[in-house]
Design a protein around this ligand. Structure first.
Ligand code: G3P
Ligand code: MG
Length: 289
């Protein structure tokens, strides 16, 4: 079965599967969604970095997971109610701890909430970028922000055409993905899903919408994984699973033929997969022409 032509360049550049996709950078080791996390992920051999896109009150694209600032920074309130300048004064390493709060080793080191542009500039060109557009489908105001992120992202790609060679856009919100497809049909798109429905039904939604990849949570793979991966591949879709932080589990998913492991620990994951399958990893789908 043919893969979407949107994938051809990607499949040639990253022929081995599964791709190691560093979730919010190497976020198991250093503060998530910071330049430090993305640079470390690249150094550790991640094929892609995953990041979360949000929009500031003055219309800039910033990289932060939560809608609010409290969990990861020393700020308060909603991201979208702050200007870029206000957000750039915050400490993005403030709350990170590896010992349940005994120490906060990144506090005061100058880690900042990065703009999307800063992340694109700091991630080496051989590493792909999976930009997830944050949008809550059942919250009209949030979806409106999601649409604004989508429009700015497409405009950014137009200004930075080389980004096309390594950009995969994902979202939990199909309306946002459909907007991107309409504005720029060449950008590969992935639908992120949660296991509210069985895995085959989630895949069906991805196929129906004509997206290029399926980003399910790691739930239901023991029962449906092999069939869903086979079916996805027959439709030319890649399957990238999140968030897989146990290396042995990543090996099991790789054996099922999944195309990407989205993980907070890119180094440990890559090592486990290379131990199991050899340094070349299993080859996945091949480009069609
Ligand atoms: O894209 C996969 C994963 O990032 C989705 O969940 O909440 O970590 O952004 P979340
Ligand atoms: Mg994400």
């Amino acid at each position: 079965m043919e893969t979407s032509t949107r994938w051809n360049d990607f499949l040639r550049r990253w022929p081995q599967r599964p791709w190691i996709i560093a979730h919010r950078g190497a976020s198991g080791l250093v503060p998530e969604n910071t330049l430090t996390a993305f640079v470390l992920a690249a150094e550790q051999g991640a094929d892609f970095v995953e990041l979360d896109l949000r929009i500031t009150s003055d219309g800039h694209l910033v990289v932060l997971h939560d809608a609010t600032l409290e969990r990861t920074t020393d700020g308060r309130g909603f991201v979208h109610e702050h200007t870029l300048a206000e957000l750039q004064r915050l400490d993005a390493g403030f709350t990170f701890t590896l010992d349940r709060g005994t120490t906060y080793p990144f506090r005061g080191l100058g880690l900042r909430i990065p703009t999307f542009e800063e992340v694109v500039a700091c991630v080496p060109p051989h590493v792909g970028i999976n930009a997830e557009v944050k949008s809550v489908p059942w919250d009209p105001a949030d979806r409106q922000r999601g649409q604004a992120i989508a429009e700015r992202l497409v405009a950014f790609v137009r200004r930075h055409p080389t980004l096309r060679e390594r950009l995969l856009v994902s979202s939990f919100d199909h309306v946002v993905l459909d907007t991107i497809r309409q504005l720029d049909p060449a950008i590969p798109l992935a639908l992120c899903t949660v296991p509210l429905r069985p895995l085959p039904e989630q895949l069906h939604q991805v196929v129906e919408h004509g997206y290029d990849a399926f980003h399910p949570m790691d739930v239901g793979f023991d029962e449906h994984g092999a069939a869903v991966v086979t079916s996805a591949h027959l439709h030319g879709l890649l399957v990238n699973v999140w968030t897989v932080d146990v290396p042995e589990r990543a090996v099991e998913l790789a054996a099922l033929g999944v195309d990407g492991i989205i993980t907070d620990y890119p180094d440990a994951t890559r090592r486990a997969i290379e131990r199991a399958f050899g340094p070349q990893r299993p080859a996945g789908l091949v480009a069609t022409s």
